[in-house]
Design a protein around this ligand. Structure first.
Ligand SMILES: Cc1ncc(COP(=O)(O)O)c(C=O)c1O
Length: 403
C-alpha cells in the first residue's frame, strides 16, 4: 500500500511503532484471483490457508468468510482454527509430529494426513477403540521429483501401498485422500511434475476416485514490481492453473471428480502486510553510512533475508541528506541485522520507512529476542483501521519464567 505522511503519522500515533498493517482488500483480491484462475479450469478446487505462515486470527477469519479451509500443523494452530470458527471437516491437519491433539482432531472428523506408517498406526488404534464411529484418513506422499534435494516428508510409494493394506484390515477406517507439498520449487514445471505424479499414484492406489487430492503450496504469489524484478520469472496464477487444475479436468472428465486443494500461505499473505518503521539515528563509520531503525529483520520475515523488500520512505525529519548505499539496520545487537542494504536517496532521523511484503513468517516467527513484538492493524475495505494484535509487553514475554 502507499501511505501519505498523514496516514503514517495517524497510524503510529494510534497503534505505536513499529507497526504491521494488514491490507484486507488486497488480500481478498489476491485470494479471489487464485481461486478464479483455478476454478475456471476445475470447479472442484478449494483453498486451504496455511496457518503457519501467518495465523493472526483476524486474517484466518477473512479466509473463513471467503469459504476457505484451514491448514494446520500443530495443536496450537488447531486451537486457533476452532476458535476462529472453522468446522472440523474444513480443517486439514498436516505435519510430521502433530502432537496428541491430532488424535482428538481425527476423532472430530478433521482431514488428518499421516506422514509415516508409525503415525498411521496411532490413528488405526484410535479407530479400533471406537468401533461405533467411521473414520477417514489422508496420506502425505513423499515427492522425489528430482529438484536437487531429498525431502524428509511423507511416505514413498511402497509405504503408501502398505498404508492401504493396513487400513483395509480396519472396518471403520478408510483412506479418503492424498496430500503432498514440496518447498524450494516454485516453477510451473515443478507443479506439472507433482500434479502428474499425484494423479498417476491416485489411479494406482484407489479402486475408485479419491475424495480429494491436496497439492500443498509453493507458488509465487502477487508481489510488488520492485520485488518481482529480483526474480528471473514470476508465473501467474493462470500459468499454475494450466498445469494443475486443467490436468485434473482432463483426467477426471466425465466421471467422479475429487476435490483439489492447494495450501497457499506466503502466496496469499506476503504482499498484504506492511511494516511501518522509523529511522532512529543516522551515522557514518569508516566511509560507510548506516541508519538505525526501530525494527529488526525478525519483524520483517524471511523475504528480507533473501531479497530487497519494496520500501517507501516518508519524509518527516527536519534535516535530511542524500545518501549513496546507506544500510538500514535493526535494533538488535547482531551485525547481520540489516533490513535493507544499499539504499540511495534522501533520509533523516525521524523519517518513516514502510517495508512491504512482510506478511509471511514475520509476526509468527518473531522470537522474544531483545524486544517484544509490535502491534498489528487491519485496513478494512471502507478505509478504516482496527487493531488486530496488541503490542506485546514485557509481562507477556516473562509470564512463563520463574523469578
Ligand atoms: C504442508 C505445507 N503446506 C503449505 C505451505 C505453504 O506454502 P506457501 O507459503 O509456499 O504458499 C507450507 C509451507 O512450508 C507447507 O509446509
Amino acid at each position: 500500500m502507499e501511505y501519505s505522511r498523514q496516514t503514517a503519522e495517524y497510524l503510529t500515533n494510534r497503534f505505536g511503532s513499529p507497526l504491521y498493517v494488514f491490507d484486507e482488500e488486497g488480500f481478498v483480491r489476491n485470494y479471489r484471483d487464485l481461486e478464479t484462475a483455478m476454478r475456471s479450469r476445475y470447479e472442484n478446487y478449494r483453498i486451504s490457508y496455511s496457518f503457519k505462515t501467518n495465523y493472526t486470527p483476524y486474517i484466518c477469519s477473512v479466509v473463513k468468510r471467503l469459504g476457505g479451509y484451514a491448514e494446520v500443523v500443530s495443536g496450537m494452530e488447531y486451537a486457533i482454527a476452532r476458535k476462529v470458527g472453522f468446522e472440523d471437516k474444513h480443517i486439514i491437519f498436516n505435519g510430521p509430529d502433530k502432537g496428541e491433539e491430532s488424535e482428538e482432531a481425527f476423532l472430530n472428523g478433521c482431514m488428518v494426513h499421516a506422514d509415516s506408517l508409525d503415525e498411521l498406526g496411532r490413528y488405526c488404534a484410535v479407530a479400533e477403540k471406537h468401533p461405533e464411529q467411521s473414520f477417514q484418513i489422508g496420506l502425505r506422499i513423499h515427492l522425489n521429483i528430482a529438484e536437487g534435494f531429498v525431502s524428509r516428508f511423507g511416505m514413498d510409494d511402497n509405504d503408501a501401498r502398505e498404508a492401504f493394506r493396513v487400513v483395509s484390515t480396519i472396518d471403520n477406517l478408510r483412506i479418503s485422500g492424498l496430500h503432498c507439498h514440496i518447498s524450494r520449487c516454485r516453477s510451473v514445471d515443478a507443479w506439472k511434475k507433482r500434479t502428474e505424479y499425484m494423479l498417476t499414484l491416485a489411479d494406482q492406489l484407489f479402486e475408485e476416485v479419491p475424495e480429494y487430492i491436496d497439492l500443498g503450496s509453493g507458488m509465487f504469489g502477487s508481489m510488488a514490481p520492485e520485488l518481482a524484478a529480483q526474480f528471473d520469472e514470476i508465473p501467474s496464477y493462470d500459468d499454475y492453473a494450466q498445469v494443475t487444475a486443467a490436468l485434473f479436468e482432463e483426467h477426471y472428465r466425465g466421471g467422479d471428480r475429487p476435490l483439489l486443494f492447494t495450501e497457499p500461505g506466503t502466496t496469499l499473505i506476503n504482499r498484504f502486510v506492511d511494516c511501518i518503521t522509523e529511522v532512529k539515528a543516522v551515522k557514518q563509520l569508516a566511509g560507510h553510512s548506516f541508519a538505525v531503525m526501530n525494527a529488526s529483520e525478525h519483524n520483517l520475515g524471511e523475504t528480507c533475508r533473501l531479497k530487497q523488500l519494496p520500501i517507501q520512505v516518508i519524509p518527516r525529519a527536519a534535516e535530511r541528506y542524500d545518501y549513496e548505499n546507506i544500510d538500514l539496520t535493526g535494533y538488535t545487537c547482531l551485525e547481520q541485522d540489516v533490513l535493507y542494504s544499499g539504499y540511495s536517496g534522501r533520509l533523516g532521523t525521524g523519517d518513516v520507512v514502510v517495508f512491504g511484503n512482510t506478511g509471511g513468517y514475520s509476526n509468527v516467527l518473531k522470537p522474544p529476542f531483545i524486544r517484544p513484538n509490535c502491534a498489528m492493524t487491519a485496513r478494512k475495505a471502507d478505509g478504516t483501521f482496527v487493531l488486530i494484535k496488541s503490542a506485546e509487553t514485557c509481562e507477556d514475554i516473562l509470564r512463563t519464567y520463574v523469578f
